[in-house]
Design a protein around this ligand. Structure first.
Ligand code: PMP
Ligand code: GLU
Length: 399
């Protein structure tokens, strides 16, 4: 049998978050009641005013290809959002609308990376970053963080890492962070921005969890620091998380015109454009407000404190209180280090928890972090309560 699959495809592992989600769904389809803390997607319905705009688009026969970069009406709405909420000035030709922020990042990486370019990624990181970097023949370079630094890199750490690199190209920053919930403040971003400018480093600033932020923290974009850093930053955002629109598929990139132009050209050859109907619904998402976004945030906040309090009461498990997004990393190192019932790593633990306790959590190794598992609290209070009971019982049975 000849070998048809490319080296590139063979070298990429499938998304661990989506794989865990698929496994949990498979079990559910077989009638097994699985509680899914695996995937990060709001459990809320898309708000009605957004759905209605999508329905209206279909009825108006707004169903054809659009401009590759997105309809002007939507790009205008994005420009206004970036101006009003983030105090950032962009023109329409500095915006690219893509089928999800995932696609925005992949396309921007394709537009800026040459083979062998180094992409700096703070760890833990979102699972798709390393694979997307490898898919464009660039090299991921990890900068580790831990609870003692609130899972954040420092400017000094960035400087030291850069000193050892040959072809540093871009820093992939994600605040609020998936999987830790870390939020970088203005002072930290100013210091990081200064290093990026000094070393002529681009920044991809993934701000998809901007709206999920708690304890009075405020979202700040690194592009706000100065014009110098804005000129080398590509801001990534989208509607999936903020507006409970994961299946609609729409994300966007805002950045220097030459990069956006190159990325638009690439997108024109891959996906053509985002679904026309989704674009209309996203105009509504960005320009109207019925209060549901804040309601969702408050509910996530309530679940966050409940989940973290409960996890911290489980023997030999600890968990820091995240400031943003809807994930938390629980330290389960005790069970791994003590090889409880043959559990060698957190992958084993996640399989055990899924098969025996019927809960899906994602192994920390998927995010570049040993000894942790990630919980998504985009799940109902009822499921959180029952899922935590199962988690506790599952761990107890390992002692
Ligand atoms: N960035 C991060 C950090 C994420 O967690 C996700 C979630 N899928 C995305 C980007 C992409 O989101 P989407 O493609 O649904 O816009
Ligand atoms: N970003 C979400 C997560 O981390 C959705 C799944 C994915 O796209 O990876 O779970």
């Amino acid at each position: 049998m000849p070998e048809y699959v490319s080296q590139r495809a063979k070298s990429i592992k499938s998304s661990p978050t989506l794989t865990m989600h698929a496994k949990a769904r498979e079990m559910a389809a077989k009638g097994i009641d699985v509680i899914n803390f695996g995937v990060g997607e709001p459990d809320f319905d898309t708000p009605d005013y957004i759905k209605n705009a999508g329905i209206q688009a279909i009825q108006d026969n707004f169903t054809r290809y659009t401009a590759a970069a997105g309809i002007p009406e939507l790009r205008k709405a994005i420009v206004a959002k970036l101006k009003n909420e983030n105090h950032l000035d962009y023109s329409l030709d500095e915006i690219l609308v893509s089928p999800g922020a995932k696609a925005s990042i992949a396309t921007v990486l394709m537009a800026i990376c040459n083979p062998g370019d180094e992409v700096l990624i703070p760890a833990p990181y979102w699972v798709s970053y390393p694979s997307q970097v490898e898919m464009v023949d660039a090299i991921p370079v990890y900068m580790s963080t831990d609870e003692s630094t609130d899972f954040k890199i420092s400017a000094e750490q960035l400087s030291n890492t850069l000193a050892a690199l040959k072809k540093p190209k871009v820093l992939l920053l994600n605040s609020p962070n998936n999987p830790t919930g870390a939020v970088y403040n203005r002072t930290e971003l100013e210091a990081i921005a200064a290093v990026c400018v000094k070393h002529d480093l681009l920044v991809i600033s993934d701000e998809i969890y901007e709206k999920m932020i708690y304890d009075g923290e405020e979202h700040y974009s690194i592009a706000q620091v100065s014009d110098e850093i804005k000129q080398r930053t590509i801001v990534i955002n989208g509607v999936s998380k903020a507006f409970a629109m994961t299946g609609w598929r729409l994300g966007y990139a805002a950045g220097p015109v030459d990069i956006i132009k190159a990325a638009t050209c690439l997108q024109g050859h891959t996906t053509s454009c985002v679904t026309s109907i989704t674009q209309k619904a996203s105009v509504a998402a960005l320009t109207e407000d019925d209060g549901s976004i804040e309601k969702m945030r408050l509910e996530f906040d309530r679940r966050r404190t409940f989940l973290v309090d409960e996890i911290n009461q489980i023997p030999h498990v600890s968990c820091a209180l995240p400031k943003g997004a809807f994930y938390t990393m629980a330290n389960v190192g005790y069970y791994v280090k003590n090889n409880c019932k043959g559990i060698a790593d957190t992958n084993d633990l996640c399989v055990y928890l899924l098969e025996k306790a019927h809960i899906a959590v994602v192994t920390g190794t998927a995010f570049g972090m040993e000894n942790y598992v990630r919980f998504s609290y985009a799940n109902s209070m009822e499921n959180l309560r029952e899922g935590l009971r199962r988690f506790k019982k599952g761990l107890e049975s390992l002692l």
